[in-house]
Design a protein. Structure first.
Length: 213
């Protein structure tokens, strides 16, 4: 399993090195999520798997104390450059998100993770979810999205139930776990579900608040 995660990190780093920012526009749910955070007085926000920085820039522009974390050196560099070009500040950290996160317990008021946590096998995904629980305060907000459609390639290899690896296409070699709505809800059982819907790109979108602990 460790070899799979090393390949994931290396592949994403090659993607960012070759294609640059990759994603430029924020996820469609972010404006509403930001409004929700502002109503609740949210201060500290983590973008887990921040990529090249599209949500870091948006969140920093709204005045949050923003932290971004990603395992790709090229993504971290692109994020920092984008923030600097907009004269915005965020703490961007290079780190393997499948290992314990470098933040104290109950540190964040909110966590955003867009199209990230599914890039692993089930055991690793559960470990990431537990780390999200660990670093969030009681009543903290989360927004997590994962794909439903298997449109990343024309051919796949199933390496465990529900986890497939594309054999062609731009994400060749990157594991994709395809959640059911029920499975995603169970994964984040430490959060009271506020919403679960499918966005325009056929992604499952989960929002919730951390159970009081």
């Amino acid at each position: 399993m460790a070899a799979i995660m090393i390949r994931v990190q290396a592949n994403w780093d090659r993607i960012f090195a070759r294609r640059g920012r990759v994603f430029n526009e924020p996820h469609e749910d972010m404006p509403q999520f930001i409004e929700q955070m502002e109503r609740l007085g949210t201060r500290t926000v983590l973008d887990l798997g921040c990529g090249s920085g599209r949500h870091l820039v948006q969140l920093a522009a709204h005045g949050f104390e923003v932290h971004g974390i990603d395992s790709s050196p090229h993504a971290v560099r692109l994020s920092r450059e984008w923030l600097e070009s907009r004269q915005l500040r965020a703490q961007v950290t290079l780190h393997d998100i499948t290992t314990p996160l470098p933040y104290p317990q109950k540190y964040f008021d909110a966590v955003v993770s867009i199209q990230v946590v599914h890039h692993a096998v089930s055991e690793t995904i559960r470990r990431i979810a537990r780390e999200i629980e660990r670093v969030t305060k009681p009543e903290a907000l989360i927004l997590v999205t994962v794909p439903r459609s298997r449109n990343q390639a024309s051919r796949f290899e199933e390496i465990e139930p529900g986890t497939l690896v594309p054999l062609d296409g731009p994400e060749k070699g990157l594991p994709h776990h395809f959640f059911t709505a029920e499975e995603l809800t169970r994964l984040f059982s430490g959060f009271n579900q506020l919403g679960l819907h499918v966005d325009r790109a056929d992604h499952l979108c989960f929002t919730g608040t951390r159970c009081g602990v």
